[in-house]
Design a protein. Structure first.
Length: 67
């Protein structure tokens, strides 16, 4: 993989990590305020989708090597 491609993947991963943390903070705030459970559940689904995407990108950056 080219260095530029790997750098782009690392930037994407960093953005997704930040977005994941933002969703986590938003979800915690919504729970404290007593927001609608359906909205909280939707936010959790979006957070999980971000985590799945982040995992795929991280797997591209550091592939599994069978020894």
């Amino acid at each position: 993989m080219a260095d530029q491609d790997q750098a782009e993947l690392r930037m994407s991963a960093a953005k997704l990590r930040q977005e994941h943390e933002d969703y986590d903070a938003a979800i915690n705030a919504m729970i404290k305020v007593g927001c609608d459970a359906l909205r909280v559940q939707r936010m959790k689904k979006k957070k999980l989708a971000i985590k799945d995407t982040l995992t795929k990108i991280e797997d591209q950056i550091i592939p599994d090597i069978i020894a």
